[in-house]
Design a binder for this molecule. Structure first.
Ligand code: ADP
Ligand code: MG
Length: 250
């Protein structure tokens, strides 16, 4: 992981601190001077137009992009620590005719045993325990390619929660998910952040649930245009200008 760990405190419990983060690709400034503190139990939504640098920001935190600036994580009583990061990528497309089941997917990711040998009894129980975190035990024998958008996101989420991370990162988890599925997924993230000691950082193009679920919203377009509580950002001139909205509210 490409994290630079610094001590220091911002007066809260465990915290992901991003300070003056800049990312260049070639000569282009993809991100410039981004600052963000995320505390344990907080859900932070990153929004912005296509190409704004949202995924790049997540990749810098994941250690997959070179950057300038500081990305640090600290917990109370400890100066700094290498965080465990759980990552739910933008929904991969699975072929509906592919025979791979949810159990096979877990077996590939969690076990050294070849998937064609099937799951041992104790491994199957471990997978069921993981799926129970997203209320998805009934999905274990379904083919991955036949899952709905919301079900697939829940399975990927269950995978990202084993082992339990300090920071959970999701890139566009709501895209391709119907309205009911979105609510279910956001309820699940809400439950997870309350039950476990973790921070959630997600990107989204869907603004309808942010007032209900997000603690902070960050509007970026290569640089931060505005950040703060959802009401402040979603009612701002910057938000309306960026998304060409006239009047009305989200
Ligand atoms: P977003 O997730 O907000 O849509 P991205 O972070 O994916 O935006 O991309 C931000 C900008 O960086 C885009 O202009 C994109 O073309 C560029 N970019 C991202 N990854 C690469 C790469 N590997 N090589 C060149 N340009 C890239
Ligand atoms: Mg993206």
């Amino acid at each position: 992981m490409n994290l630079t760990h610094h001590g220091g405190s911002c007066g809260h419990s465990c915290c992901l601190r991003v300070e003056n983060l800049s990312v260049k690709i070639g000569a282009d400034d993809i991100l410039k001077d981004v600052n963000l503190h995320v505390h344990c139990g907080e859900l932070v939504a990153l929004i912005g137009p296509n190409g704004a640098g949202k995924s790049t920001f997540l990749k810098a935190i994941l250690g997959q992009r070179e950057y300038e600036g500081v990305i640090a994580f600290s917990e109370p009583g400890q100066r700094s620590k290498k965080p465990r990061i759980g990552y739910v990528p933008q929904s991969p497309a699975f072929d509906p005719s592919d025979p791979v089941s949810v159990a096979d997917l877990f077996a590939c990711c969690m076990s050294r045993r070849p998937a064609f040998l099937g799951l041992g009894k104790s491994m199957r129980q471990t997978v069921l325990d993981c799926l129970s975190r997203v209320h998805g035990e009934d999905l274990i024998d379904k083919r991955v390619g036949t899952l709905s958008g919301g079900e697939l996101q829940r399975v990927l989420l269950a995978l990202a929660l084993e082992p339990m991370p300090n920071i959970l990162i999701l890139d566009e988890p709501l895209s391709g998910v119907d309205v009911e599925g979105m609510q279910t997924l956001m309820d699940m993230l809400d439950e997870i952040r309350k039950n476990y000691d973790l921070s959630i950082l997600m990107t989204t193009h869907d603004f309808s649930l942010l007032r209900q679920y997000a603690d902070q919203v960050v509007l970026i377009d290569h640089a931060v245009l505005i950040q703060g509580p959802p009401d402040r950002v979603l009612d701002s001139e910057e938000f309306h200008r960026t998304f060409h909205l006239r009047g009305g509210s989200v």
